[in-house]
Design a protein around this ligand. Structure first.
Ligand code: AP5
Length: 249
């Protein structure tokens, strides 16, 4: 059983070093997690980390970390534009996201392997990722695509709550905290993400629908795409995820 680790090099970028507390898994996995917002990529990533030891690298987490940790200083113009787009539920520009990943290329060659969550989201990002991986001499093992009906996704997103302090995730119906509004782990206040409000959810789903097919096709043509029906509960979805990863060996 592995744990998440502090991922500081990923969250903060160049110059930061992770506290490498986990044992290294027998095999480093190099996976991309695809699928619409709210389908459960982050939930599955947590389970993959625990069982297979890869490091969970979410581009959304980098933006949220920057928003929380500006230390009172104004974000750079590129980051300010990115955070405003994110709040509205729009995609951040390819140039900004690709640069952010390129700056963190060392995370992609790290001995722990990686689970990229939320990147790539467009065909240009997918091509750029191949270039970055080529530079660090790594290859993807698979691109795992989670899908579920839109009604279910809206229900998952609108019911999601996150701890303001430790960022642990909950759902008002599917994964409620023991005490309403309080985190089980640290007692922090549970809040709703700005982009989980109805208008932003609609925008995010449109943005996903407009860009996902070329990315799926890109990985299908390379024989890397694996499809998972994510409409079941988290454990049954993970049983499918586990089976796919084990078959890649
Ligand atoms: P990002 O942070 O990547 O968010 P997302 O893709 O919209 O996905 P989420 O994190 O919202 O959902 P998830 O699939 O991880 O679901 P979760 O497991 O939490 O991106 C945010 C924003 O950043 C973007 O909109 C964009 O602005 C920007 N951005 C990031 N990357 C970018 C890129 N590459 N290019 C451009 N812009 C980028 O689950 C959701 C809820 O459902 C939870 O409450 C959970 O408990 C529950 N749940 C999960 N699975 C199940 C299940 N099986 N059964 C029941 N409930 C479940």
């Amino acid at each position: 059983m592995y744990s998440l680790g502090n991922r500081i090099a990923w969250l903060q970028g160049p110059g930061a070093n992770c506290a490498k507390t986990n044992p290294v898994a027998p095999r480093p996995w190099h996976l991309v997690l695809l699928g619409p917002p709210g389908v459960g990529k982050g939930t599955q990533a947590e389970k993959i980390v625990a069982e297979f030891g890869a490091c969970h690298l979410s581009t959304g987490d980098v933006f949220r970390h920057a928003a929380r940790n500006s230390g009172g200083t104004a974000p750079s113009p590129a980051m300010a534009t990115a955070l405003a787009a994110m709040k509205r539920g729009e995609l951040v520009s390819d140039a900004t996201v690709v640069e952010l990943v390129r700056e963190r290329a060392d995370c992609l060659s790290c001995q722990y392997g990686f689970l990229l969550d939320g990147f790539p989201r467009t065909i240009d990002q997918a091509r750029a990722l191949d270039g970055i991986l080529g530079n660090v001499k790594r290859k993807l093992d698979a691109a795992v695509n989670y899908f579920a009906p839109e009604t279910l996704i809206i229900e998952r997103l609108s019911g999601r709550r996150v701890c303001k302090q430790c960022r642990a995730g909950y759902h008002v119906a599917n994964k409620p905290p023991r005490q309403a509004g309080r985190c089980d782990a640290c007692g922090g206040e549970l809040i709703q993400r700005d982009d989980d409000k109805p208008e932003a959810i609609r925008t995010r789903l449109h943005a996903y629908a407009a860009t996902c097919n070329p990315v799926l096709e890109y990985y299908r043509k390379q024989g890397l795409l694996r499809e998972i029906d994510a409409s079941g509960d988290p454990d049954s979805v993970f049983a499918q995820t586990r089976a796919i990863i084990q078959k890649l060996v």
